[in-house]
Design a protein around this ligand. Sequence first.
Ligand code: TXA
Ligand code: MG
Length: 336
Amino acid sequence: MKTKLLLAQNPADLMIAVEILKNGGIVALATETVYGLAAHAYNTEAIERVFKAKNRPNNNPLIVHVRNIDCAYELFDWSNMDENTKGRFFKLAQHFWPGPLSLVARSKDLVPFAARGGLSSVAVRIPKAQSCLSILEMTDFPLVMPSANISTRPSPTCAEHVLKTLDNRIDAVLDAGTCLLGIESSVVRIDGEQACLLRFGSISAQEISSVLGENLLIPAPADKPQAPGQAYLHYAPQVSQLRVVDSVELEALWLDFNSIIGRKKDLDKLYQKLGPRNQECLSLSLGDEPKSFAAKLYQALYRCEERPCAPVLILRPPKEPEWAAVIDRIRRASGT
Ligand code: TXA
Ligand code: MG
């Protein structure tokens, strides 16, 4: 199939995207986190097409995206849930939605098992990006939206990166420019004894637990994966090697033909100390803060693919709680 390039600022193109979705097709849409691969969440065949296009194991569940809190509430089965869970839902939904937080709890039967990867629970979020919300307003059904990349590759933060792995595998991409946050939503399970962070993401664990007014369970990286998707290699660019290094290791490799990624202030320090690198080398200085670093991380990984034979070295960011999501993605991308 030929993938159509649609433009979000063009109202006629929004209508085309909606028509494709109504007919069970797949359209990549920008959210504030990353581009997502949207399909009708109540159409099992459309959902199966998403898994096929992404080459995604079908036991890895999708997040269902809705346009308002009532629509989200409708997807959960509240019959056996305690008041605590309901309280957590409203606190988090009212504070963070629309925004980069996905909430997981027991699902109603109306969400197909295919979308849930066979689980009894479902993940739901309201995205904030305007073009995506407009599409959700124009359809009268929710949309599943996994990140719009072939499984294992970095998530796309612009239309060009969607096409890098999915051209001719999906019906269309609605280009809405670059995603603001650049890293996926945080995923939180709200039922059970204690709320539990299933995936680090754009909102830090500290922010979530302070809104909840209770501790958030954060599994250690070595624990059994909490979300099925955490079990797989992820975010890996197609390069000969990707290593996370400290500044001593990077100094030793400074003149080699590596691609390097790091915080601006850390790389600036090394430039001052060691001088320029070879002209053929790629050096990508990302922001100094976790949010600005996250916003550019996947872009940087795709950029490194332009020199597939050069190993990629990522200068380790500080091991501090606000860097947890960035460190998580780097760890997975490097398979360590
Ligand atoms: O920011 C985002 O969340 C993006 C945008 C497009 O919304 N979407 C996204 O989807 O990152 P995906 O499919 O790449 O990642 C979804 C994650 C996976 O790790 C999956 O295992 C987990 O959410 N997940 C989904 N449903 C779940 C459930 N019922 N229980 C536990 N984990 C779930
Ligand atoms: Mg993904």
